[in-house]
Design a protein around this ligand. Structure first.
Ligand SMILES: N[C@H](CCC(=O)N[C@@H](CS)C(=O)NCCC(=O)O)C(=O)O
Ligand SMILES: [Mg+2]
Length: 499
């Protein structure tokens, strides 16, 4: 690589735990044998590249970085090189995307399965199904199916491009081929689905409304998707504008209105914001209890739900993605209620990890005997899993007993939804050495990874307009951390090197 002067770059910090690092299971990451200067140069190039290509998030140390675009930006945390991942498992995960899209739609139509919510004619789903490769069973197992506010369709695409660019420059030195990084279409295909939904609503004057949180350091991921929907996809650019509001703003200013037009037989409920019709509501908020601090936000959600605007997701798609539904779908003969094709049913069942409700006393007993084989996962989005192994035996029994009797979660004296936990088979992903870039510093550590596959579904009455896999997200985090994702500060954005 050309020496581009002596640009000051982050140092590769040896983690003290490096002594006696286990044999590198992942030759892709075996940069130990690579010349230190070369690694430094790669680190530097990657930091410059990510800054020039919008691989950025708001910096938590800068006060306004979650409110004012362009203020307090820092590169998104990323892995310096992609994770090598067996092509067979990647293909299996991609094949599952359209089946899960269909499953969400069928579940959403089953009113009594979802207790009463049914759906409109035009339905738009932008989902991400997350998996881990279980070392014990050698099975690709689903962690969860996200049907609301799926992060990183924007930044995930860019990380794949970063890794491809690095391997074009350094592949020869590393013995790696940039073409082994699969193309990542997540942002463009999601944009296509959003724009097609707007077209399907068939009101050229209507706007797409993004519902976002007031403090959003991942705003650039959202803007990437919105800007692609606006300019990359062939729609009448003059009209489609995107507006972003928080739930409170929507209702606080009484801008949100439901305009009812028509006669007794056909009453259309148009959603209007500041006098403009809304065709699509894209939620990047509304998935966490903290998004509903008062009645106003609930009323705003209800108003949107009652309107003919296309919600992404509708309340029934949102509910179809909860862990409780995931746990119900894992019960015998339940998938057969929603899917016709036997092969599809088998493919879905094959990726289900063990999932049980806490009122299953037999499994609770097993979890108390072998807590290291189970985790408890909260219903609500974002809450981290509880590893029973990390609890002392008596507390584990108390916790499981309390939750199984519908009591409150003894950890947090929170409200009853905190008690809505499910019990899940613990998945043991293999570890590999990773170079994790955060705040300009490269950390080497043992890491585990989680593969997300995006899926877009658009349907108008009986016509399925889109049902496809749309790219991927790989998230890599240090194996010692039990906690969650990228925004939480534990994982970094990664991509895949097919082996
Ligand atoms: N800030 C909001 C975050 C929205 C959000 O948390 N989404 C869930 C699915 S519901 C998710 O994708 N979690 C993985 C993200 C991670 O690893 O950090 C946004 O980006 O719009
Ligand atoms: Mg989730």
């Amino acid at each position: 690589p050309s020496k581009v002067g002596t640009l000051k770059c982050g140092k590769v910090r040896q983690m003290e735990s490096q002594e006696g690092v286990a044999a590198i299971t992942n030759p892709m990451r075996d940069l130990e044998t690579v010349d230190e200067d070369l690694v430094q140069q790669m680190v530097c190039d990657a930091l410059v590249w990510s800054s020039l290509h919008g691989l950025v998030v708001g910096d938590k140390n800068v006060q306004r970085s979650g409110r004012t675009p362009g203020v307090g930006m820092v590169h998104a945390p990323f892995a310096l090189l992609p994770l090598s991942f067996p092509e067979s498992y990647y293909s299996q995960a991609c094949e599952l995307a359209p089946i899960f899209n269909e499953l969400v739609d069928r579940v959403s139509l089953d009113g009594n399965f979802l207790q009463g919510f049914t759906d409109q004619d035009i339905r738009l789903g932008l989902h991400r199904s997350d998996y881990m490769l279980d070392e014990h069973t050698k099975l690709l197992l689903q962690i969860e199916l996200n049907t609301i506010s799926c992060s990183f369709p924007g930044l995930g695409t860019i990380v794949s491009e970063l890794h491809r660019s690095l391997l074009i420059h350094y592949g020869e030195h590393l013995g790696l081929d940039s073409k082994k990084i699969p193309g990542n279409s997540s942002v463009s295909r999601f944009a296509e689905a959003m724009a097609k939904a707007w077209t399907e609503y068939n009101n050229p004057r209507a706007v797409v409304m993004v519902v976002a949180q007031s403090e959003e350091r991942n705003m650039y991921d959202q803007h990437w998707l919105c800007s692609k929907a606006l300019y990359k996809v062939h729609i009448q650019l003059s009209f489609l504008s995107l507006i972003t509001h928080t739930m409170l703003q929507l209702f606080g200013k009484h801008w949100l209105k439901l305009i009812c037009k028509g006669n007794y037989f056909l009453m259309e409920h148009f959603l209007c914001i500041g006098g403009q019709a809304v065709s699509v509501v894209y939620f990047r908020a509304g998935y966490a209890p903290t998004d509903y601090p008062s009645e106003s936000e609930w009323r705003a959600r209800l108003l949107m739900e009652q309107s003919s605007a296309i919600k992404c997701p509708s309340i029934s798609y949102h509910l179809a993605g909860t862990k409780k539904i995931q746990q119900e779908l894992a019960k015998p003969n339940v998938l057969e209620r929603f899917l016709d094709n036997k092969e599809d049913i088998a493919k879905v069942r094959k990726c289900f990890a063990g999932l049980w409700s806490l009122d299953d006393s037999e499994i609770v007993g097993k979890a108390i005997e072998r807590p290291e084989l189970y985790v408890m996962k909260p219903q609500r989005e974002g809450g981290g899993p509880i590893f029973l192994i990390s609890l002392c035996h008596s507390f584990c029994c108390l916790q499981l007993y309390t939750l199984s009797t519908g009591g409150n979660n003894v950890f947090e004296q929170g409200s009853e939804e905190d008690a809505a936990y499910i019990l899940m088979q613990r998945i043991f992903p293999s570890e590999s050495l990773a170079y994790l870039m955060r705040d300009g510093v490269c950390h080497k550590d043992q890491a585990i990874s989680e593969l997300g596959i995006y899926g877009a579904y658009l349907r108008n009455k009986d016509k399925v307009i889109m049902n496809e896999q749309c790219g991927y997200l790989m998230r890599t985090k240090i194996s010692s951390s039990n906690e969650g994702g990228v925004a939480a500060g534990f994982a970094v954005l990664d991509s895949i090197y097919l082996t």
